[in-house]
Design a protein around this ligand. Structure first.
Ligand SMILES: [Zn+2]
Length: 184
């Protein structure tokens, strides 16, 4: 499974400080909810942008001793399966076209928006009116505004979508679904 942890580090700082080595396991396993059951497992690497640059970061994984499900801990500046960092996606979706990084990654951000629009009907079915009343048919602009208003920023919105609703803006992925519990 995947969880997202809040961090004030930028992707560049996270990479430079090798912060992956200091990532602590969640208190409770996101799959079986047992406390203090996660052991360090390994890391995987992925790409994430910072302004107009691209960094490789290492993501911490843990293994639950109780349910044997592995849990990766994604820093909040990164979006699941998307290389453009959270702040830049938020700026692009909010129409801040004057920002250099939004111009730089404009093509990718447009593709992300299309992906968000395509996922929207499913997304709305999953979250219901958790972020406010949804217009019919739902509009991507309307949903985006409500999400930001309710959550404050995309990092916080993504954490809620992943942890509470097992989805994110761009799709519903296996890594956000609870795994099979083993017989106790
Ligand atoms: Zn577990």
């Amino acid at each position: 499974m995947q969880t997202i942890f809040q961090t004030s580090l930028t992707p560049e700082q996270y990479a430079a400080q090798k912060h992956h080595k200091q990532v602590k396991p969640p208190e409770n396993c996101p799959n079986c909810s047992r406390a203090q059951s996660l052991d360090a497992l390994a890391y995987y690497h992925r790409y994430v942008t910072c302004l107009t640059e691209v960094f490789i970061i290492w993501v911490r994984r843990f293994l639950c001793r109780q349910c044997r499900v592995s849990v990766s801990c994604l820093p909040s500046f990164a979006q699941p399966y998307r290389a453009i960092n959270t702040t830049t996606v938020e700026a692009g979706f909010s129409g801040q076209a004057q920002k250099r990084e939004v111009q730089h990654w404009g093509v990718a951000i447009d593709a992300y928006w299309q992906r968000f629009e395509a996922h929207l009907p499913t997304l709305v079915r999953q979250v219901g009116s958790a972020f406010g009343r949804v217009s019919l048919p739902p509009s991507a602009e309307g949903f985006w505004e409500q999400l930001l208003e309710r959550c404050g920023d995309l990092a916080s919105a993504t954490r809620q979508l992943v942890h509470q609703f097992h989805t994110c803006l761009f799709g519903t992925y296996r890594c956000h679904q609870p795994g099979q519990l083993q017989a106790a």
